[in-house]
Design a protein around this ligand. Structure first.
Ligand code: SF4
Ligand code: SF4
Ligand code: SF4
Length: 323
């Protein structure tokens, strides 16, 4: 086999021109908040750790109780699981004497799906069992479409989706923002039954405005915290604690529809420190770029095969072989 240098160089030059002719990075546009997006604002400074939200979540999503000891009869989950979609956890430091203080203090935190604006779980799912609704932005799960690959678990930066390991027909489990209750004119059970207004439901734009307003309040002043819904007239009138000047979820990972306020750094409450662009956007841009970038090597290989074919054909012709 004799590949001519000139043919080889032609193929290399052609491939290089093709690569140079387009943008090498094939960027995909980051997803935006749907216009009627709904969500939850959780204010850890107002939370008393009563777990009414956790119990309401179980009741209105028909989830079973979890027991940490066999003789125990009450629900006592230690983390999110195939049986628990929402959990109240606690942070404590030193003496744990002061609420909402990082040092010698304590805080609660409510963990469930963040309903990301650009969700990695949706991006990673190969069969669209996870989907983001175009109207209200809720990230839903369809058990009938799921093939159990659990890519969503690996993709989620918040470690939210859980698998029913002990079920013969397992599903992925995660909070779906009580989407099934909206058609009855109801909303997230965890907010409806929160007695203090620590968890409130509403449109994300209203929740963000409420969160930013709270950051302007003076510690020690009294404020009417709306209860259950951001537009509610029922309020809990209480003194303002010291807030960190940060609405978690406003920007993290491209933004989320679950927003949090706290006096203790969010990393101490177990929430990840994320950049402002979504992981889904980064990974899909990389994937598209790789596929796009493969055009050049494939063309190069095609050209190489053509050069081999032409040269071997000429050799056979010279020998008088029939082709
Ligand atoms: S928090 Fe995780 S499971 Fe929930 S929408 Fe975001 S990526 Fe998906
Ligand atoms: S929105 Fe519904 S499913 Fe999600 S944590 Fe609250 S009660 Fe549970
Ligand atoms: S119901 Fe409200 S106050 Fe009680 S633990 Fe849940 S968020 Fe906190």
């Amino acid at each position: 086999m004799n590949i001519k240098r000139r043919d080889f160089l032609k193929v290399v030059a052609g491939s290089s021109l093709l690569l140079a002719s387009g943008d090498v990075a094939f960027a995909r546009t980051a997803k935006k908040l749907p216009p009627s997006a709904v969500g939850i604002l959780y204010d850890a400074t107002v939370c008393i750790g009563c777990k009414a939200c956790q119990n309401a979540c179980k009741q209105y999503n028909e989830m079973p109780a979890e027991h940490t000891a066999p003789e125990q009869i009450w629900d006592d989950p230690v983390d999110l699981s195939g049986k628990t979609l929402n959990i109240i956890k606690a942070y404590k430091n030193g003496t744990g004497a002061t609420k909402d203080a990082e040092i010698n203090g304590y805080s609660f935190v409510k963990r469930h799906c963040m309903h990301c604006i650009d969700p990695s779980c949706v991006s990673a799912c190969p069969v669209t069992a996870l989907d983001k609704k175009s109207d209200n932005g809720v990230v839903t799960y369809n058990k009938n479409a799921c093939i159990g690959c659990r890519y969503c678990q690996i993709a989620c930066p918040y470690n939210i989706p859980r698998f029913e390991w002990d079920d013969p027909f397992p599903q992925i489990r995660k909070c779906q923002l009580c989407d099934h209750r909206y058609k009855e004119g109801k909303f997230s059970a965890c907010c409806e039954f929160c007695p203090t207004g620590a968890s409130i439901f509403g449109k994300v734009i209203d929740l963000l405005a409420e969160a930013k307003k709270r950051l302007t309040l003076k510690p020690g002043d009294y404020y009417h915290y709306p209860v259950a819904h951001v537009t509610s007239r029922e309020t809990s009138y209480r003194p303002v604690s010291i807030y960190l000047n940060h609405v978690y979820g406003e920007k993290e990972g491209g933004g989320t529809q679950y927003l949090l306020l706290s006096g203790v750094p969010f990393a101490k409450l177990g929430l990840p420190v994320l950049s402002e662009d979504s992981a889904a956007n980064r990974s899909e841009t990389l994937q598209h770029t790789l596929y796009y970038g493969l055009i050049a090597p494939i063309t190069f290989l095609g050209g190489l095969m053509y050069a081999v074919y032409r040269n071997t054909r000429k050799e056979h012709e010279d020998k008088g072989d029939k082709l």
